[in-house]
Ligand binder design. Structure first.
Ligand code: UD1
Ligand code: CA
Length: 463
């Protein structure tokens, strides 16, 4: 089925995000809860942007107006719903702001897993059938608290019954409402007008517009999904956790089946959907990879590795590296080919060039480390003086002995050595040795003298 871009360019998107979110039991608004590195609302906005529609409106509560404006002023127009009187009321507010559109695509701010491609499929059905409204539904085993889709014997949608208002028989329906609809403007405006809050929740339900459309002999089509995965709505913290687990599961499966990555224990492996991992890499159990992490081919990660990258500070790990066990990599880490970082090593904002090793208990922050460098156990780059971060440069082939304290700004020359246990505060030239510790002194016979002294004291001889 082909979709004419000219049709989409006449669609105005309305994202409903002004609900109280009471079931989250939080002072934070539900749609601003973080989900895979950004607010829930940003995910649905991103899916909507994928359609290249004419305009996007986001309906928020007065308390969220400034924040929404700051975050989304480039992509959307922000509309206020003064009181959360229901989804129907929220749509009315958006229509008041922008009444002259031809089609309205309505989405909920709490369904972050929806894909643009599914919204496109809904649009295709809507425009192909010339319906007054089209919606995404899903067939599920457990219909939970979703609205139930009621169809007549011919299979046409008659109405949506909200869980709170459903009879036992209606609760047994397995087809649910996603909360995502495309309306012809005329059909929506006409029916919104009639909506009342005569229901269990005392809210103005957007879902009631469909019954009204049918009563006026309008037509409703649907795009039906198998399972609730993509339309999963987050109403409480258990939903939040489940949605995250669904996203992780999907990512693991695509890595294993499409990218050729071995994941030993997918149930205990959490990889951000933005992460990229090359073929024949292996992820061992209990790894948590957050943000845009880019891992090359034949890399071994884990067990127990944590990576935290962000859009402005990504993590790059080139091919044939080994990371773990128990390693923490933070934003701006770049490991070039064949680098090993091991147990209790933390790296931040640093580059380790090819074949360099930091195998045990180290902190490497704001460092530029060359090729074939050996970082001994317990090496610390002291990058922060309480006010500013400073850089440590370690050139190719340097050998840093164990328990070295490298006070930045600092440069250690090519093939140079740092003696174990040193505190290094001055640059070390190429091919040199830096020692920064007090000399050892051995007191020969010290123990023997101490014993004689003790014996004399116990005999009362104080001389
Ligand atoms: C809604 C649908 C239900 C559907 C489900 C799908 C209604 C009446 N019910 O139920 O049929 O199965 O979504 O996930 O529409 N919102 C506002 N203003 C309000 C109330 C809500 O903007 O006054 C926003 C919320 O922030 C949320 C969205 O609308 O993003 C949906 O509201 P929510 O209360 O979560 O509706 P559900 O009970 O999930
Ligand atoms: Ca919801």
């Amino acid at each position: 089925m082909e979709l004419d871009q000219r049709d989409l360019s006449q669609v105005c998107v309305i994202i409903l995000a002004a609900g109280k979110g009471t079931r989250m039991k939080s002072e934070e608004s539900k749609v601003f809860f973080p989900f895979l590195g950004k607010p829930l609302l940003s995910h649905i906005l991103q899916a909507a942007q994928g359609l290249s529609t004419k305009k996007i409106l986001v309906v928020v509560s007065p308390a969220d107006f400034d924040r929404a404006k700051e975050l989304y002023h480039d992509t959307a127009e922000i509309v206020i719903q003064e009181e959360p009187k229901g989804t129907g009321d929220a749509v009315k507010k958006a229509l008041n702001q922008r009444p002259g559109e031809k089609y309205y695509l309505i989405l909920c701010g709490d369904t972050p897993l929806i894909q643009s491609s599914t919204l496109l499929s809904l649009s295709e059905i809507f425009f192909k059938t010339h319906a007054d409204a089209a919606l995404i539904t899903a067939i599920v085993e457990q219909a939970k608290m979703y609205g139930r889709i009621k169809r007549n014997p011919e299979g046409d949608i008659e109405e949506i019954i909200e869980y709170k208002d459903a009879t036992q028989e209606e609760k047994n329906i397995h087809e649910i409402n996603s909360g995502m609809y495309l309306f012809k403007a005329a059909a929506l405006k006409e029916t919104l007008h009639y909506l009342k809050d005569f229901n269990a929740a005392k809210e103005v339900y957007l879902t009631d517009t469909l019954k009204q459309i049918r009563q006026k002999n309008g037509t409703i089509s649907s795009y039906q999904l198998e399972g609730e995965k993509e339309i999963f709505g987050i109403n409480n913290r258990r939903d939040l956790s489940r949605a995250l687990m669904m996203a992780y599961q999907q990512k693991n499966e695509s890595l294993m089946l499409e990218e050729g990555v071995t994941i030993i224990d997918p149930e205990h492996t959490f990889i951000d959907p933005r992460a990229k991992i090359g073929q024949d890499s292996i992820i061992k159990p209990y790894c948590y990879l957050e943000g845009p992490v880019c891992i090359g081919k034949n890399v071994s990660i884990g067990p127990y590795v944590c990576m935290r990258a962000s859009e402005d500070k990504p993590i790059v790990i080139e091919s044939h590296c080994q990371v773990g066990p128990f390693t923490s990599l933070r934003g701006g880490t770049h490991l070039k080919q064949h680098v090993h970082v091991g147990t209790f090593v933390e790296v931040k904002n640093s580059t380790l060039d090819q074949n360099t090793k930091a195998m045990h208990q180290s902190y490497l922050g704001d460092a530029e480390i060359g090729k074939k460098v050996n970082i001994g156990a317990g090496t610390i780059t002291c990058n922060y003086d309480g006010q500013t971060k400073h850089k440590t440069i370690i050139k190719d082939g340097a050998f840093i002995g164990s328990d070295a304290i490298l006070v930045a700004p600092l440069s250690i020359g090519e093939l140079s050595y740092v003696a174990a246990g040193s505190t290094i505060t001055k640059d070390i030239p190429d091919q040199s040795l830096g020692i920064g510790r007090s000399r050892q002194e051995n007191k020969i016979g010290w123990k023997k003298r101490a014993i004689i002294k003790k014996n004399n004291e116990s005999k009362g001889d104080t001389k």
